[in-house]
Design a protein around this ligand. Sequence first.
Ligand code: URA
Length: 210
Amino acid sequence: MSRDVTVVDHPLVRHKLTLMRAGDTGTAEFRQLLREIALLLGYEVLHDLPLTMQMIETPLAPMESPKLEGKKLVLVSILRAGTGLLDGLLDLVPAARVGHIGLYRDPETLEAVEYYFKVPGYLEDRMVVVADPMLATGNSAIAAVARLKEAGAKSIKFLCLLAAPEGVMAFQEAHPGVPIFTAAIDDHLNDHGYIIPGLGDAGDRLYGTK
Ligand code: URA
């Protein structure tokens, strides 16, 4: 895979992902695991967050010390499963701004259809992290990033939990400058656009809607 894909294969990530893949893991546990794994993935995806220096006083001496430029970061959830990752990312960076993009997959064509788009202003000045657990065909991710570029975003990263090789290739072709961060790249997509072996439908597993 190209250098623009980072597979975060820390043992804690791999362990939690195994629990999430297991079909008998229930909704509450699945949701909790996704939130926890988002912290670990977030640590990687946000490794180059901009910092500013600030004067502080320790109990013993004044010093100049780095702080996050909190308002610089925008986290964008691709509805609905992206919200499971978003919750963990917000635990890491509570001051981040948040955007939502509503996309569903047309069950016939597997194309992404947009039904909602609400993002913070001044995207051109911010780092944007787009979150969606499953990079399957890549259609939703490609459409979401295209809309964010239209809205002015210049610094974009894509964060998922699982990717299919087909989705990675399609995404990189559409958006070559946008790095992908994922916990694993699985084997293939089936005829219905599901990742194999995968973990099933992330939204259904997250919200118990099956
Ligand atoms: N979306 C999911 O939730 N799961 C897949 O395997 C593919 C797309």
